[in-house]
Design a protein around this ligand. Structure first.
Ligand code: B12
Ligand code: SF4
Length: 451
């Protein structure tokens, strides 16, 4: 490259996610911010993030046209559900038309579980499995001709000879660093959240989960968990709060409380911050039981540090379903016990349930609704949300659902329309769907997610 050549550019697209009508949300595209970070720090290439939830298809066309001469590759992040795959293919089709020679790279949760199906699509040049931050620098080198494509960790390419794969890219992410906030307009992601505070920003501070619920994608991380350490995380939050006048942070980690010592350190730091904030996070009921043994007083510390809401996947009110189907590692009595402690600390519990598991009986479903009713009698009255079981590829329950008659899509195109909120399984009746909807009581928008 001569001094006059333009700096190569990598564009990461976070395709639009469809929601129920009238659902407003502004979620930061953390997946692509995470993979962009090292490229930004290294400075060999420029990076642009395109957020399909904020920008239109004509913005996308304009971006590709204006940057065509320096585009090194375009990366797309996809999860299963929410129509995101369909929107990614829409963006990829436009890229194919405007910059046909620019490689299109796909990564994200869906690719992690169905890499070969993804790589087989005509619009996909390269699929990357595993944490993208371990792969993108090598990908840049490969597309600049400085190494072979086959050296890129997690790579899957399909050509006329079949599949070609790069070295393994296991789900080990190491210590997570701070996000390259300059790549996005942070202000546009801030919203008022009635269960937290006005001017709340969402935040993901860890990857992976230590539990192994049998319906959940986090299995992919093989119980490996990595996070931002308490100190740098608190610094980042303090900076965001000051710069953007934030009132709240909503943590969207799979389980924010895996490391109880870290959780306690963060609570202390949040309480001592010069500008106090309100916050919310996801917790597994077992974290509360473990805290009783190892960090007594943690729930009080959580409440005193400004936590207004804890989101917990309860899944079922039946002990057989909890143990044999879900592997939740807790029983009904334990869940009630934990929920009482959360309520007694004045924290709003937000409890999600799943009905329609393969092999679940009607009586077992009744147990779920009776637990939901018991939880609703607590003060403050918890939120509840009843999800329909949706078989997610890569999970043990996906295979059991297939054995029980669920017919999954068999192509990337087919997964485009997979809707987590619709009944996906032949054994789930319209009555089951209606009852689940009727038992969903949220203080926020009707379409909060379960994790
Ligand atoms: C925030 C979030 C959302 C946000 C939006 C996403 C956003 N803008 O960030 C909202 C609330 C809209 C959302 C919605 C849904 N979500 Co969601 N969501 C999450 C959550 C909690 C965090 C995502 C995140 O930022 N993770 C952190 C980043 C760093 O990790 P990552 O996304 O895995 O990305 C890494 C790799 O996958 C890879 N990678 C990712 N993209 C790319 C791209 C390239 C090019 C490369 C090379 C690599 C790469 O590298 C990244 C860094 O290591 C995750 C759970 C979790 N904690 O991860 C679920 C999760 C992604 N959601 C999930 C699902 C199913 C949904 C829904 C479809 C249903 C639901 N559970 O509510 C809905 C959408 C449907 C609808 N109609 O509403 C599943 C996806 C499972 C799957 N097989 O794809 C997850 C994993 C939750 C779970 N455990 O089941 N979600
Ligand atoms: S459901 Fe929650 S606790 Fe269970 S594995 Fe998934 S993220 Fe972890």
């Amino acid at each position: 490259m001569s001094a006059l050549d333009p700096k190569p550019l990598v564009v990461f697209a976070y395709p639009k996610i469809d929601h129920e009508k009238d659902y407003l949300y502004f979620w930061m595209p953390f997946s692509v911010l995470t993979i962009a970070k090292d490229l930004v720090d290294e400075g060999q290439v420029d990076v642009i993030v395109f957020d399909g939830n904020q920008e239109s298809l004509s913005d996308w066309e304009a971006l590709l046209r204006s940057e065509a001469d320096r585009l090194l590759f375009v990366g797309f992040s996809i999860m299963t559900g929410g129509g995101q795959i369909g929107h990614a293919l829409e963006l990829a089709r436009i890229a194919h038309r405007i910059v046909p020679d620019t490689p299109r790279v796909f990564g994200g949760p869906h690719v992690n579980v169905l890499p070969d199906e993804t790589a087989s699509h005509e619009l996909v040049d390269v699929a990357i499995t595993g944490p993208g931050q371990n792969a993108v620098q090598k990908l840049v080198q490969a597309f600049r001709g400085e190494c072979q494509l086959w050296e890129v960790p997690g790579l899957v390419v399909r050509n006329s000879l079949g599949f070609r794969r790069g070295p393994d890219n296991p789900p080990r992410t190491g210590v997570l660093g701070q996000y390259p906030w300059d790549l996005v307009d942070v202000e546009s992601y801030i919203r008022d959240d009635p269960t937290i505070a006005p001017r709340t920003l969402n935040y993901v501070s860890s990857q992976g989960c230590a539990y192994k619920c049998r319906f959940c994608y986090e299995q992919m991380y093989q119980r490996k968990w990595s996070s931002q350490a308490a100190g740098p995380l608190l610094d980042d939050i303090a900076r965001l709060v000051d710069t953007y006048d934030l009132g709240g942070i909503k943590f969207y980690d799979a389980d924010w409380f895996i490391n109880l010592r870290r959780a306690e350190e963060i609570c202390v730091g949040l309480k001592d911050m010069s500008r106090p904030i309100r916050w919310a996070a996801s917790i597994n009921p077992n974290d509360v039981l473990k805290a009783r043994q190892h960090r007594p007083g943690l729930l009080r510390a959580i409440a005193e540090s400004g936590c207004s809401r804890l989101l917990m996947g309860v899944e079922s009110g039946n002990d057989r379903v909890l143990s044999d189907i879900v592997a939740k590692e807790i029983d009904r009595a334990g869940i009630l016990d934990v929920a009482h402690e959360i309520a007694s600390n004045g924290i709003l519990g937000s409890y999600t349930f799943i009905v329609g598991f393969p092999g679940e009986t009607d009586d077992e479903v009744e147990d779920t609704y009776s637990l939901l009713d018991s939880l609703r009698s607590l003060t403050p009255t918890p939120e509840t949300r009843v999800h329909l079981f949706a078989p997610y590829p890569g999970t043990p329950l996906f295979d059991e659902a297939v054995a029980a008659g669920f017919q999954p899509p068999t192509s990337l195109e087919g997964w485009s329309h997979f809707d987590y909120y619709d009944s996906q399984t032949p054994w789930t009746s319209a009555v089951t769907v209606a009852r689940a909807r009727a038992n969903t009581h949220m203080r926020t928008q009707p379409k909060e997610t379960s994790t």
